[in-house]
Ligand binder design. Structure first.
Ligand code: C2E
Ligand code: CA
Ligand code: CA
Length: 721
């Protein structure tokens, strides 16, 4: 068996369980948080390390400057040459300077003229140096190689300062020495060098960072890290291009996690798709099976037909489609209940199955309808053989609850080689042929032919038009007189529905009532007739109103309620209403029918059994149900003249009715001679063309007034049956 996924199923995502979606989202959120956290903490710790390295590199530079200054001071020759050198103009190049630390405290500079902003920066360190050197040389004095020269390294200072647009690094160390003239001098040796690219590069190499800048004012920078470096009260702002190992790590991590996530999602999607496909297949299997017989249902059958169409297109073979429907199955259901009906369906399905060749497909469409796909046929003859086998298989009775039951079957057949390969069209054709088999008298098979098309279309149109006619109040009700047999006085009328289609003219009630019953229109139609009849007959005092009730209508759950409502709405007296039921109504569900009949009688409504003698003729029901009247079917009345046998039937039926205390009405009285006989047999009432054809409501008041019923014959009947 092959199953297909139903078309139009929703996208996978919408079918994923909420739990999975939630879990995936949670994992994603956690991943993002984890990545952000690891990146930030990685970057932060790297920043701390770089800052510490830069700080120590800057310290190192300052220390180097001081050291170089000390070394310089310790070399009197260079010291002397320095002493005598001309002041430097260019602050961008490396220089030494010498500043007098005079006793009076005013720093005089020898060597280069120091600019004011530098002097401001140096004011404090110079003051410290002056104090240290005047306080009889505290601290460790580094003795120079040169006698009479003392350097005080502990009191040296270093820092950064901006001279014009140039940043310089400086260091100064107090020195005492003996000048050439023997005079003891106290000075500070100043060494300075420009913070230029070479300086910064050195710094960067030492601190193992890249792109370092130093400035005396904080420079706004988004992608540089910076910190304040302070030495000798001269703060500078150090910026560098940070190493961001957190970024790198998080990039690598997110690449890894994304791959894992993709794999995970892929796996889950694959798994879910498979699970879905499996459950779809299960559903399809369940949806494709008929629960009662275990056969394929219509859905699966259509799939088989589609497959077969494809196959035969490839290999040029032919197949046939059979539609089957049991004859009068409803009566079995009505007689034996639905359980009995189900048993018959199962047994009959087995028999049909046994008639098939290997490979042929049987399906139950529902109710008592079946379909067969007959494969690889070469001619009509193959179909005929199978159809005959099936018809024959039905000839033996079925056993239902110990009773023998016979059932016929009608079959419609169409061949794939005849003009169409469209599944819908093929099935429609088989259905149409089946319909024809039913019309031709059932228990037979019929092949589809093109001539059937128009008939089906007519049926369909008729149904649509009837629907419209009921809605638009286009139907009419005619009334046929019923007379008492003795005096032949009008005692009642039977309401008979009429439909004249604008296009087709008058349509026989039997035809459109059957359609209404089959297509679920009968309840509306019946209600409409009842209401119209009650409205009309309200104005006809003293006579009864008989209204036909179809079995489908009677079984409808709202039947009683509808009757009550109509009586109430129209104000028609219930004891003048007579409902004509057929035998099939009462035998369908005896208990339910009995309950409804009891309730109707309690309301005062009378009940007649119509067409008596034509149906199952279950005399028992006559006793069981509180029926008021039987109407002997007109076929018996009309055959009465043909043979004495028929006359005897009518006499016996009338006799039976009288004995049971029922009113007996004879239908279809057409001839004068029939009256005497029917009166003789004991019929109470007569109805037939002899007393009047069905008339429009306008004719009835005159009829009542004149009392001369037979005169109505001359009145123009609206429609002869
Ligand atoms: P029915 O209930 O047996 O109604 C009597 C039928 O016999 C009517 O046919 C009537 O015109 C016809 N008839 C009356 N006297 C004679 C006669 O002397 N000779 C002949 N040959 N025929 C006669 P109609 O009106 O065509 O109705 C046919 C059937 O349609 C009715 O049979 C009834 O079963 C059904 N029907 C008609 N109106 C309604 C309705 O409103 N509701 C339901 N459920 N069925 C209806
Ligand atoms: Ca009737
Ligand atoms: Ca009848």
């Amino acid at each position: 068996m092959r199953f297909r996924l139903r078309k139009g199923h929703s996208p996978l995502v919408s079918r994923l369980p909420a739990r999975f979606v939630a879990a995936t989202c949670l994992i994603l959120v956690c991943m993002v948080i984890l990545l952000a956290w690891s990146r930030e903490s990685g970057n932060a710790s790297a920043r701390d390390v770089e800052e510490a390295r830069l700080e120590s590199a800057l310290n190192g530079q300052s220390n180097r400057l001081i050291l170089e200054t000390i070394n310089q001071a310790a070399k009197p020759r260079s010291f002397n040459s320095l002493n005598s050198s001309a002041p430097a103009e260019d602050w961008a190049t490396e220089r030494f300077g010498i500043i007098e630390l005079a006793n009076d405290g005013n720093g005089l500079s020898a060597g280069p003229e120091l600019p004011a902003d530098l002097m401001t920066t140096l004011a404090q360190p110079l003051e410290r140096a002056r104090q240290a050197i005047s306080q009889s040389l505290r601290g460790s004095i580094r003795e120079s190689q040169e006698p009479n020269t003392q350097v005080l390294p502990e009191f040296g200072s270093s820092g950064y300062s901006k001279i014009g647009s140039h940043l310089i690094a400086w260091a100064l160390v107090p020195v005492r020495y003996q000048a050439g003239n023997g005079e003891a001098r106290k000075v500070a040796i100043l060494r300075y060098e420009p913070v230029d690219t070479a300086f910064l590069a050195r710094l960067a190499v030492e601190a193992k960072t890249s792109f370092v800048t130093i400035d005396t004012t904080p420079g706004p920078s988004t992608n540089l890290n910076s910190f304040t470096y302070s030495r000798a009260n001269t703060p500078v702002y150090v910026s560098w291009k940070p190493d961001r190992p957190g970024d790198r790590m998080s990039n690598v991590l997110s690449a890894i996690l994304t791959s894992i996530m993709a794999l995970y999602t892929g796996f889950v999607a694959f798994y879910m798709t498979r699970r879905l496909a499996e459950s779809e297949t299960d559903n399809a299997r369940l949806a494709a099976q008929d629960t009662l017989t275990g056969l394929a249902n219509r859905l699966l059958f259509t799939i088989h037909v589609d497959d077969e169409i494809v196959r035969t297109k490839r290999n040029g073979a032919s197949f046939a489609l059979f539609y089957l429907d049991f004859d009068r199955f409803k009566e079995v259901n009505d007689t034996f209940g639905h359980d009995g009906g189900d048993k018959l369906i199962v047994s009959a399905a087995r028999r049909i199955e046994q008639s098939l060749r290997h490979g042929d497909r049987l399906a139950r469409f529902g109710g008592d309808e079946f379909g067969i796909l007959q494969l690889d046929i070469t001619s009509f003859h193959d179909c005929e053989v199978l159809a005959e086998r099936i018809l024959n298989s039905m000839r033996e009775p079925f056993d239902i609850n110990g009773q023998k039951v016979y059932i016929g079957i009608s079959i419609g057949i169409t061949l794939s080689s005849r003009g169409t390969q469209d599944r819908g069209e093929l099935m429609r054709r088989a259905d149409l042929a089946l319909y024809r088999a039913k019309n031709q008298g059932r228990a037979r098979f019929v092949f589809f032919d093109e001539a059937m098309n128009s008939e089906l279309q007519r049926q369909k149109r008729l149904e649509d038009e009837l629907r419209q006619a009921i809605k638009n109040d286009e139907l009419e009700v005619n009334y046929q007189p019923i007379v008492t047999s003795g005096t032949q006085k009008l005692c009642g009328v039977e309401a008979l529905v009429r439909w004249t289609s604008p296009e087709r003219g008058a349509i026989h009630p039997q035809e459109f009532i059957t359609i209404a019953e089959e297509r679920g229109l009968i309840v509306d139609l019946g209600n409409w007739v009842l209401r119209r009849a009650c409205e009309d007959a309200r104005h006809w005092p003293g006579i009864k109103l008989a209204v036909n009730v179809s079995a489908v209508q009677f079984r409808h759950k709202d039947f009683l309620e509808n009757i009550k409502q109509t009586l109430q709405a129209t104000g028609f007296p219930p004891n003048r209403l007579e409902l004509e039921l057929t035998e099939s109504v009462v035998i369908a569900d005896a208990d339910q029918a009995e309950a409804a009949i009891i309730e109707l009688r309690a309301m005062g409504v009378r009940l007649a059994l119509d067409d008596f003698g034509t149906g199952f003729s279950s005399l028992i029901y006559l006793r069981r149900f509180a029926i008021d009247k039987i109407k002997i079917d007109r076929s018996f009345v009309q055959m009465m003249e043909l043979s004495n046998e028929n006359a005897e039937i009518v006499r016996n039926v009338a006799d039976l009715g009288r004995r049971l205390g029922l009113t007996v009405t004879a239908e279809g009285v057409e001839h004068e001679e029939q009256i005497a006989r029917l009166v003789n047999f004991g019929c109470h009432e007569l109805q037939g063309y002899l007393f009047g054809k069905p008339l429009t409501n306008l004719h009835i008041p005159a009829l009542i007034a004149s009392g001369k019923v037979r005169a109505s014959l001359e009145l123009k009947g609206t429609l002869a049956a």
